[in-house]
Write a protein that binds this ligand. Structure first.
Ligand code: SF4
Length: 243
């Protein structure tokens, strides 16, 4: 079952216009991690990625298909951190191949949320992340010192992959950064909302939500995402799709 697959294809289409720099995962080339998130004050900041008024998006997609994700790697579309000189657009998209999705266990879906939470354990020196789950944005303030010391997306991506791979269900992780102007960040944000709706709907389904689609508030997302209704009617009581 591949509920997020259409979002993988939408993401590929959005990025098609660019040519990424690609780095294979190197666990030993990550940023210095901190116990807690570092506060980077405005006066010490070099610039902000995805600052207000700029494009910004952040989402995670899951699959069990090795055709969609078959390696651990970092991709960058646009300038690297040392080559950015002012606030700019920013997206961070994570593609995960998750082995446990091959099973048909309720636990499978509950683990997705846990895996998503890995991002809250990434605290990097001079790289202050502010997430806004309701608006699907991610804003990052870089300290001048970190930029001077040569922090790079290659290292930041390696740090994220390391965090995601702490979960044994994650088989492969591809972390994509987008900083170039001209990409459709609004469409990426729309994908982020859809991904979050899919995960949210799964949770509701597994919590035993009533199975009458005609009165269900999640009908919009279930109509759009292939496999969702089959999942609900297969997992819970028999459903009625009266439309
Ligand atoms: S399958 Fe139907 S009842 Fe179940 S969550 Fe989707 S819309 Fe609601």
């Amino acid at each position: 079952m591949e509920l997020y697959n259409s979002l993988f294809h939408d993401t590929t289409a959005l990025l098609e216009k660019g040519r990424p720099t690609v780095w294979p995962y190197e666990p030993n080339n990550a940023c210095r991690s901190l116990e807690n998130s570092e506060l980077v004050l405005q006066k010490d900041a070099a610039y902000e990625l995805g600052a207000s008024g700029k494009g910004s998006a952040n989402y995670v997609l899951f699959t069990s298909s090795p055709e969609l994700v078959d390696r651990d790697q970092v991709l960058l579309y646009g300038p690297d951190l040392k080559d950015i000189h002012g606030d700019c657009d920013f997206a961070r998209i994570v593609l995960l191949r998750v082995g446990v999705l091959d099973g048909d266990d309720e636990k499978v879906y509950r683990t997705l949320k846990d895996i998503e939470f890995a991002k809250y354990h990434v605290n990097l020196e001079g790289y202050m992340v502010r997430m806004s789950p309701e608006s699907y944005r991610e804003q990052v303030r870089l300290s001048r010192q970190a930029v001077r010391k040569g922090i790079s997306f290659r290292q930041v991506g390696n740090s994220y992959i390391k965090a995601y791979k702490q979960d044994e269900n994650v088989l492969n992780a591809t972390v994509i950064f987008v900083t170039a102007p001209g990409f459709d960040y609004a469409a990426m944000k729309a994908n982020a909302k859809k991904a979050s709706d899919v995960t949210g709907t799964l949770t509701h389904i597994l919590e035993g939500l009533p199975t009458d689609c005609s009165v269900c508030s999640l009908k919009g997302i279930c109509d759009e995402v292939e496999g969702m209704k089959e999942l609900h009617f297969g997992v819970g009581a028999k459903g009625t799709d009266k439309h």
